[in-house]
Design a protein around this ligand. Sequence first.
Ligand code: CS2
Ligand code: MG
Length: 423
Amino acid sequence: MTGTGGNRTTDSGHDTGRASDTIVAADVIITSPGRNFVTLKITTAQGLTGWGDATLNGRELAVASYLRDHVAPLLIGRDPARIEDTWQYLYRGVYWRRGPVTMTSIGAVDIALWDIKGKTTGQPVYQLLGGAVRDRILTYTHATGWDVPQLLDSIDARREQGFLAVRAQSGVPGLDMVYGVTNGAAGYEPAGRGAAPVEEVWDTDAYLRHAPKVLAAARDHVGPELKLLHDVHHRLTPGQAARLGKELEGVGLFWLEDVTPAENQQVLRHVRQHTTVPLAIGEVFNTVWECQSLITEQLIDFVRTCVTHAGGISHLRRIAALAEIWQIALGPHGPSDVSPVALGASLHVGLSTPNFAIQEYMGYEPLVHEVFQHGWSYENGYLHPGDLPGIGIEVDEKLAARYPYEPAYLPVARRRDGSMTDW
Ligand code: CS2
Ligand code: MG
């Protein structure tokens, strides 16, 4: 399939203005300004550039190769305007599809093509998605503390920055390392540099004894207004999740996230029978089909799929549309390992999607902002994608080249008896 140069005109000679264009290059940029990011750059014959995020924490090189070796050659000569056809071509045309590597690769292409379409039309992507349904997007960020006092200080610091919603994660007595908590001064970055993952020891019983006390103390400290969230990070059995949810009902959480491992979604029926705590799941899901029973059986209140890992803007909109039918809201994943390109794309979806509830936003180190210049903005607990054409992101390739990829892996977790569990 190739595009043709020049303008198309209707039979009456009316210039449709739809000058077609052609993809002439698709390059993968891996940069590590403090942490690894993978970015796809699509260039057209008319000199337009589209940026897409292809970052998959701990498996960056797999996506880079999938794009470089298997997708980029197929894009050359395609019409960049045909976003949906390209999505269908890359999804239905690959046979061995779904999964994080394939869907992150497709996501990167999709985001880049929406970026190009915005630049072609001079419109921010949210306008092309139907325009704004809200003025700004509520966001939440992370507060962490090794112990309760440290966590409360961290929550207070976030409130001073204007956040109206804060995720609270704390240490667990008896455990040296716990998901979501740094015992150093720097911000929490789960992927450790090095050739192999760090091994953490996990003790669910110790966590279940401690978490309710921590979250109750947080609620006492902040009062009823602040939205409090907590991420269990895939670590409980359905029974444990049901008991924890019940115990936390008095805390009034905005959501309790990833209570059980994502593979078996039916177990959430048991959790739902025992607790009304709002449940959020989906950051590790990659297609609408994976979310389908969670949504149609109303086993969750929020779906967490990320624009990068769930096939891009086009597919995130499909997930949102299914969720809307079942009155389930979108709360996309957006920690430090979701790049500023993806955050921008997610915000364009957020501004134009009725059932978009909240965007996770951990913030980035200053150097990341130098590499990824973005048009989105944060103010007093809300985000906005900005009104630059496309996604509103530009990448400083020269600066990016100064920070080559460094092997980094997410931790693994073992129980006290040495058996593997979910990190
Ligand atoms: C977490 C993430 O932000 C979240 O909700 O689940 O920090 C997750 O651990 C990382 O994105 C994994 O790369
Ligand atoms: Mg999470």
